[in-house]
Design a protein around this ligand. Structure first.
Ligand SMILES: [Zn+2]
Length: 281
């Protein structure tokens, strides 16, 4: 997510429904904790940002170090869940509010999409791939898949961890959370296609870089949310309605979405992004 959004999400904290292993750690701006997802899979939280942490027999696989402060904290608190070090880092995408700080862990195997920069905050990915890349560490399998261009991030991938069947994406979608669609130049339709690619895969739990942990049903519900939003805007434009009435008519018919995270700040502004995209295409 982009820096202005990062600031917002650091202030407006979201809370996981899973039991924190340690009470919130004192920090100047951002509480940190490790929480259990399922099996050997955990999330590390700093403020409103989350990493995915998987413990294997041969080492710990981290998706997204977040930043140097968070990575340093994780390194110092990993003993809450394992005596193994972090041996592998996967970058969900290269936006630095999720991808920086990897140097803290020293020499690791690192994985990124081929469109990622040569180095990400000083870390040179050792494995790059174009579409899909699967590897094993100990008894765990990690399935990496490119989500396509034009949506959130040009190098965004999904990660599925087996046998726990946890799917992880960052900044594209999260369970019961309105997407901001605020990255300059991004397309809502392309972001929808990124998420359709993710939901074409088999997984049970839906974890994300922001918000609560859900299930595959939440990922499918999110696809319906964005698909429905795009169709409703398209219908409003066809009827010749004004922007203001398109947005207010859609929001008046919202029922369940009103309880989603970020509805207040992002529902209207994200509909405006869709409006501009459809009008220009
Ligand atoms: Zn991002």
């Amino acid at each position: 997510m982009l820096p202005p959004i990062k600031l917002i999400s650091l202030v407006v904290l979201t809370f996981t429904t899973f039991t924190p292993i340690q009470a919130l750690s004192a920090g100047l701006t951002a509480p940190r904790e490790i929480s259990h997802v399922t099996g050997d899979v955990y999330r590390m939280r700093e403020g409103g940002h989350y990493s995915l942490v998987t413990v294997t027999q041969n080492g710990v696989v981290l998706v997204d170090p977040l930043n140097t402060r968070a990575a340093t904290w994780l390194k110092g608190n990993l003993s809450q869940i394992t005596d193994k070090p972090i041996t592998h880092i996967i970058f969900s995408h290269s936006h630095l509010d999720h991808a920086s700080g990897g140097r803290v862990f020293g020499k690791t195997d690192t994985f990124a999409h081929q469109k990622a920069p040569q180095t990400i905050d000083g870390v040179k990915p050792s494995v790059r791939f174009s579409q899909d890349h699967t590897f094993k560490v100990g008894n765990k399998q990690f399935e990496l898949s490119y989500l396509g261009s034009g949506g959130h991030g040009e190098d965004s991938i999904s990660v599925i961890v087996r046998p726990e069947n946890v799917g992880f994406v960052v900044d594209i979608a999260a369970p019961k959370r309105i997407p901001s669609l605020s990255e300059p130049g991004q397309s809502a339709i392309a972001q929808l296609n990124q998420m359709k690619h993710f939901t074409s895969k088999d997984f049970k739990y839906f974890a994300a870089g922001h918000g609560r942990v859900g299930t595959r049903a939440d990922a499918i519900e999110w696809v319906k949310y964005l698909e429905g939003s795009i169709e409703a805007v398209r219908a409003g434009l066809k009827q010749g309605k004004s922007d203001r009435s398109i947005i207010s008519d859609i929001m008046q018919s919202d029922t369940d979405y009103k309880t989603w995270q970020r509805y207040g700040p992002w529902r209207a502004s994200s509909l405006r992004v869709i409006l501009n995209e459809l009008r220009n295409n």
